[in-house]
Design a protein around this ligand. Structure first.
Ligand code: KDO
Length: 331
């Protein structure tokens, strides 16, 4: 695949490149300290999987030190922090990567990935290798593994029945604060508004926003069901996270240690994926028990509008040639 780097990517990469290597990894009792920053809570499946499986596997030579709820770095600033040598690990997303590497925006498109299995095969195959290499070359960030984070669904206040994107008109939908996320909100027919993940519960409670989108396990973990009335199963994004790791720290590990870190990331990511899939399957009943309306709209109408908008968007101009077809062909 020929990767064409746009001007934006070069400027961003050069600026970040200049900052790499300012500080070396911290050591605690002769162990490398791996600080991981995330907006997710401590009880989130991803947090739990990393704090057990990953942390245990690397414990001989590294101390895994998680920081939850945006307490160390703000959502969306973690990748630059890693590139600058100020952070060792994060759970990153295609949307955050796309902000720095435009080619990555292909993975922010609604209705692209079919399911968790499709996602795993794409990222554990050649496409994943190429996209991970791009992140390493341009940012000095190693993407160790992909984990399924759940399929994103609409979650709204009020009882307005939503069947097609036209019904979303005027709905103030909180989406995370990057262009890629805001575009997805518009592709769903909504009026998107940026807000940090940690502020969403209060935003729903006070009515600053009419709704939000997240996978069902996240809606449960953050108790969004307490302050909303309905979940519309649009399944608009089969979402994923990547375990991001400082290349500088990685390069300082012995080959054995690197293998241990890689194996730990793979095992933890697979376990997390399985747990999220199992939990997702149980949650429709749970939300109904909490009194929410849960229903499937005209998903084809949402898919058609979103796919058309993405193909006609500026994002698609940065997609590597042939990549869309290659992703679709992965069985
Ligand atoms: C969110 O802000 O809605 C989001 O789900 C976006 C994801 O990419 C990811 O950052 C996630 O938040 C955090 O990990 C918190 O769950």
């Amino acid at each position: 695949m020929t990767m064409k780097l746009g001007r934006r990517a070069f400027v961003g990469a050069a600026a970040i490149g200049m900052l790499v290597g300012i500080a070396g990894p911290a050591l605690a009792q002769d162990k490398i300290v791996l600080r991981m920053s995330t907006p997710a809570s401590e009880t989130d499946f991803r947090s739990q999987g990393l704090a057990t499986t990953f942390a245990d596997a690397v414990s001989e030579f590294a101390e895994y030190q998680p920081h939850y709820n945006d307490s160390l770095f703000k959502q969306g600033t973690e990748l630059v922090a890693i590139a600058r040598g100020n952070l060792e690990m994060s759970l990153t997303s295609a949307q955050e990567l796309a902000k720095l590497i435009p080619e990555w925006s292909i993975f922010t498109a609604g209705y692209l990935m079919r399911d968790a299995e499709h996602q795993r095969k794409v990222f554990e195959g050649d496409i994943g290798k190429e996209m991970y290499q791009l992140a390493e070359d341009k940012l000095g960030v190693k993407l160790l593994s992909v984990m399924y984070f759940g399929t994103r669904q609409l979650n709204l206040r009020g009882d307005k029945r939503i069947n097609t994107p036209a019904d979303m008109e005027g709905i103030k939908l909180r989406m995370p604060g990057t262009d890629a996320w805001q575009f997805l909100g518009r592709a769903l027919g909504a009026n998107p508004t940026p807000m940090a993940f940690t502020e969403v519960y209060t935003g729903l409670q006070t009515g600053t926003i009419d709704g939000q989108d997240n996978p069902l396990p996240t809606d449960k973990d953050r108790k969004f069901y307490e302050v909303t009335d309905q979940i519309i199963l649009t399944s608009h994004l089969v979402d994923m996270n990547f375990l991001a790791f400082s290349k500088e720290v990685w390069d300082g590990l012995t080959p054995d240690q690197q293998q241990t870190v890689q194996d730990a990331a793979n095992t933890a990511s697979r376990e997390i994926t399985e747990k999220i899939l199992a939990n997702e399957a149980e949650l429709v009943d749970f939300f109904r028990e909490q009194g929410l309306e849960v229903y499937t709209p005209d998903v084809d109408a949402f898919r058609e509008r979103a796919q058309k908008m993405y193909l006609e968007s500026d994002f698609s101009k940065d997609w590597p040639e042939g990549l869309l077809e290659r992703i679709n062909a992965v069985q």
